[in-house]
Design a protein around this ligand. Structure first.
Ligand code: ATP
Ligand code: MG
Length: 584
């Protein structure tokens, strides 16, 4: 029996791209599948790119084809090797492999130049002397009239449009030779200045730009434009299906035009909706601004939606891949709630993260009927979702640390934690009853006091104390004051308070506003005096845990104050997505 192309393949289910490819294979229009992922090395990859490359890798894989990695590096101003390295590292970390198919558009400069010459020889391209501003004016603009219908009055031909082929060949060669200053001339495709699609109105193919390229140095002073170089780079690599985001849709007729004129391999472009997510921005140019303006600590700041930021925050590649496959592929732009990404992450970490106890804002708890210096080793479950993770020993001592918020002098209604006279279970340990508390001269509470009940030992789940005849409503976490190690916990919130930072609201002074207006000033809170179980001192960078009752945390690669290990809060325990989904 023939295997259904969608069966067994990881990732996205049946979708319009698979259908498109299937048809091409059935009709013989394509005899194999070759896709590519073409990032420009001018920034680090973000989760939107994850969507793009997982679609390209998955489609290739699904149809027995291959996916190339192509660095789309034809804009020397902003590109750099450090970006190439970051891009490669992050795709690999996500679990995708381009093997030896690593290409650079800058390796095609000679081929692109020859192709431009070929198009000139056909009479389909010309050297223009118009300035950038003049060109814009000649091209014309779309006008929205009252009925909201867009009309595009025809543009005007450049006075240089009818140069002879010989003159164009000569001028183009001299452009390359460096005879003209930057911006003095361009090479343009000769298409149609009255075309309803502005992209088709004699687009620029080459511009003069004296800029050192990070790979080819000063070998060139003319650089090809994206619209010309991209289809031809695809054709050169014999890409069958060039998958890209929706903003390139209006460029598709031009994509086809260049390939036709160049008589090269007929690659085809197919567009899908970009990933947009609430409370963040997903475009390199905006992320670059956050980095440059120091709004974040760098591309890998754990609040950034970059792959490196997500990794440092504690995201797993599996959770991200799962998220990307569940949002699916569509042809219409939509906004994905960031809570859904967090939901996918929580689902993954819940299965895998080892549980430990840590106290972010410690308050001393003294067990008055526990002998000073005595220790008892108690057994704690490492992961209730995974019995194979086993158990560990934790020390119970006379002095413990508990969360300051787990004790109240005057408890509000429905407060089931510690207050004078109330009993709670200390996780994995005993039921304790509060007997008092100590204050310093300034009136601050510095310790809580209690007595423990030896008959209530153990109990891993809440309420289990009831089984032993003691009804307590609350269970709190703790660490032994003798054993606890100091750690720094970094607690993150959304980078933007604004749900859609790119929907600008005007400022009070009437100016249009900027996406940075929506930044969350409290997106990072540091708990510098946190204390945790001793094993946290040995945690390796990237290792993740569930801090019981607090959330998931991952060890940061760097140390904090006084060399303390730093733990980034990855995500909380509460599932806000379920609530949102129910409402929707
Ligand atoms: P810039 O703001 O500089 O244009 P970018 O974020 O769009 O940056 P590119 O390097 O232009 O990044 O994109 C590389 C590829 O990734 C393109 O094929 C593009 O279609 C795809 N891509 C970029 N952003 C997204 C996104 N948010 N969702 C899906 N695909 C994306
Ligand atoms: Mg882009």
């Amino acid at each position: 029996m023939e295997k259904d192309a969608n069966e067994g393949a990881e990732g996205v289910g049946s979708d319009f791209i698979s259908e498109f490819i299937k048809e091409d294979l059935a009709s013989g229009r394509a005899d194999r599948v070759r896709t590519r992922f073409p990032p420009e090395p001018n920034g680090w990859l973000h989760i939107g790119h994850c969507k793009a490359f997982s679609i390209s890798f998955t489609m290739a894989d699904r149809f027995g084809g291959k996916c190339n990695l192509r660095l789309d590096d034809t804009n020397p101003e902003k590109e750099d090797y450090s970006y190439v390295e970051a891009i490669k590292r992050d795709i690999k970390w996500m679990g995708y492999d381009w093997e030896d198919r690593e290409y650079y558009a800058s390796d095609y400069f000679e081929f692109l130049y020859d192709t431009a010459v070929k198009i000139i020889k056909k009479g389909s391209a010309y050297v223009d002397d118009l300035s950038e501003a003049e060109m814009r004016e000649y091209r014309g603009t779309a006008i929205a009239d009252k009925g909201n219908i867009t009309i595009t009055p025809p543009g005007k031909n450049s006075p240089w449009r009818d140069r002879s082929i010989e003159e164009n060949l000569d001028l183009f060669a001299r452009m390359r030779a460096g005879e003209f200053p930057d911006g003095a001339k361009t090479l343009r495709a000769k298409i149609d200045m009255a075309h309803p699609n502005l992209v088709m109105r004699d687009p620029v193919m080459y511009r003069i730009r004296r800029e050192t390229h990070y790979r080819v140095g000063d070998a060139w002073c003319i650089y090809p434009m994206y619209d010309f170089q991209h289809p031809l780079s695809d054709a050169k690599e014999r890409i069958t299906h060039s998958l890209c985001s929706l903003e390139f849709e209006i460029h598709r007729p031009l994509y086809d035009w260049f390939i036709r004129e160049a008589e090269e391999y007929p690659s085809r472009q197919i567009e899908f909706a970009r990933l947009s997510m609430t409370h963040t921005v997903l475009s390199k140019r905006w992320l670059l601004r956050l980095v440059k303006e120091g709004r974040v600590s760098g591309w890998d700041d754990p609040r950034m939606p970059t792959i490196a930021g997500l990794r440092r925050r504690g995201y797993t590649p599996e959770a991200i891949r799962n998220f990307v496959s569940r949002i699916g592929i569509s042809k219409t732009d939509s906004m994905v709630d960031i809570a859904f990404l967090e939901f996918c992450l929580r689902e993954d970490l819940n299965k895998r993260a080892a549980r430990v106890m840590a106290v972010l804002n410690p308050l001393k708890l003294i067990i008055e009927n526990w002998e000073d210096g005595a220790r008892e080793e108690l057994e704690a479950v490492n992961n209730p979702e995974d019995p194979s993770a086993g158990t560990r020993k934790i020390a119970f001592t006379r002095e413990l640390w508990i969360e300051r918020g787990d004790f109240e002098e005057t408890p509000p209604p429905k407060y089931f934690r510690l207050f004078l006279g109330n009993a709670v279970r200390l996780r994995y340990a005993y039921v304790v009853t509060c007997t008092g508390f100590d204050k310093d001269a300034a009136g601050n509470i510095v310790a809580a006091r209690c007595v423990y009940d030896p008959a209530t030992k153990g109990g891993n789940a809440e309420g289990s104390a009831a089984l032993e005849g003691r009804k307590v409503k609350g269970t709190i976490h703790w660490v032994s004051a003798q054993d606890a190690v100091p750690v720094e916990a970094r607690l993150y919130d959304h980078l933007f308070n604004a749900e859609r930072p790119m929907d600008l609201s005007p400022r009070a002074d009437g100016s249009p506003g900027d996406f940075t207006d929506g930044l969350n000033p409290n997106s990072l809170e540091i708990a510098g005096g946190a204390l945790g179980e001793p094993c946290l001192a040995q945690a390796k960078p990237g290792e993740y845990f569930q801090f019981e009752r607090l959330g998931y945390f991952a060890r940061d690669p760097d140390d904090g104050k006084d060399g303390r290990p730093v733990f980034n809060k990855t995500v909380g325990l509460r599932d806000t997505w379920a609530k949102i989904a129910r409402k929707g």
